[in-house]
Every structure is written in C-alpha cells, then in structure tokens.
Design a protein around this ligand. Sequence first.
Ligand code: ATP
Length: 214
Amino acid sequence: MRIGIFGGTFDPIHVGHMIIGEQVMDELGLDQVIFVPGGIPPHKEASSVRASAEDRLALVEAAVAGNERFSVDRVEIDTGRAMHSVETVRILKERSPEHEWFFVTGADEVSNLLTWKEPDRLLEQAVMVAATRPGYDLSKLDHLESGLQNFDRIFPVECSRVDISATGIRRRMLQGKTVRYLVPEAVREMIEEKGLYRGDEKRNEGEPLKEEIS
Ligand code: ATP
C-alpha cells in the first residue's frame, strides 16, 4: 500500500488540511493518509500552541471520522515530547515496512528542509510531498537541490488554494467570530463543547511545555 503521513500542530485542524490530505491522496494514488498531530515545527514557539495535545488529537479524530481512507496516529503525542519528522517516519515505517511511505507537508515548510534533522535520511525513508499553499512560488524549493542528495524525492503537489490557517481560526475565535465552514462541522461542535480557543482555557493543561524542535 501507499501510505501518506501528514504531520502538523493541527491547532486546530481545518478544511485546508482536509483538502490537502484528500487531493494529495488522489494525485499520488495513496491508499491511506495518517494524520499525526503533536509535533511543534521549528518556526513555532511551544508557547503559541493553544490547545492541549489530547484536545488537538480529539479534534483531528472528529475531522477524519467520515473518511475511511483517513486515520490518526498518536505516536507523537504518546512519546510525550516533540519529535523530529525523521523519527516519526522511522517509527511508523518500522511498524509496516512493506508499505511505500510518503511524508506530506506544506511547501512553505519544505523550503526550510535543510534546517531539519537528517533531511536526506528522511527523504530516503519517505517521498516528501510538498503541498502548495496560497501564493506559493515553487522556485523557493530550488535552493534545496545543492544541499540534498535526495532532492529528487521531493514531489510538489498543486493543491486547491485555500487561504485558511489555524492562526486565522484562533484569531477569529478570540474575536468571537464564526469559524463555521472553516473547520469540519464536527470539529466546530467539539471546539464549542470543550470551550477551546476562546482565550480563557488553561493552556496545555496536563501537558509539559515542549522544546522547540524540527
Ligand atoms: P498555524 O497557522 O498555526 O501556523 P497551519 O494552519 O499552518 O497552522 P499546521 O498544523 O502547522 O497548520 O499545518 C500542517 C501542515 O499543513 C503544514 O505543513 C502547513 O504548511 C500545511 N498547511 C496548513 N494550512 C494550509 C493551507 N491552507 N494550504 C496549504 N498548506 C497548508
């Protein structure tokens, strides 16, 4: 089988993520996309993550519930610390080495690949799928060629342009504005039920602050 791993903070998951998962799956003929919440990317301050790991996980579970080809994995959350992508992929791949693995991430993050831990090893383990995001200029990936032996394992996929970000959703929530249709309905309901992103929740309750990590 061809399996995609889609890692992110998912704080919260939104329809931009769902569209990437679906379109990458279609474009590359993947059998499954596994969403892996937990990791804090290097450009994000741990303190900027608003919801607890368990709440973010629950939101992703609610989002993927209706799609039999989408699933969620708790590997990063259960590890209890932020993980390098190369480590996440290695663990998932060790469980099922017979599959062909793809690592899905936004093209803007792929452009920083040289700062990640062991990028060439990551590319050996999985084909890197660079999902484009609004306004993205693919030539921003060109500089990676001279720094990577496995540059040809980076595969840009043009996804529908959806100008939605988790930051924007959190901002709207803080302002008391609607996020209906920006997130799957089940996610919106869960955000309401749990009272998340209103600015008065105890941040990362029960979760130690994570170090910045790539
Ligand atoms: P934040 O606004 O908090 O930075 P985000 O919306 O970018 O969050 P992440 O959880 O960091 O969400 O996203 C996971 C991956 O999805 C990242 O690689 C990111 O680049 C990508 N991504 C998120 N939203 C979009 C979008 N609308 N179009 C393309 N890629 C996206």
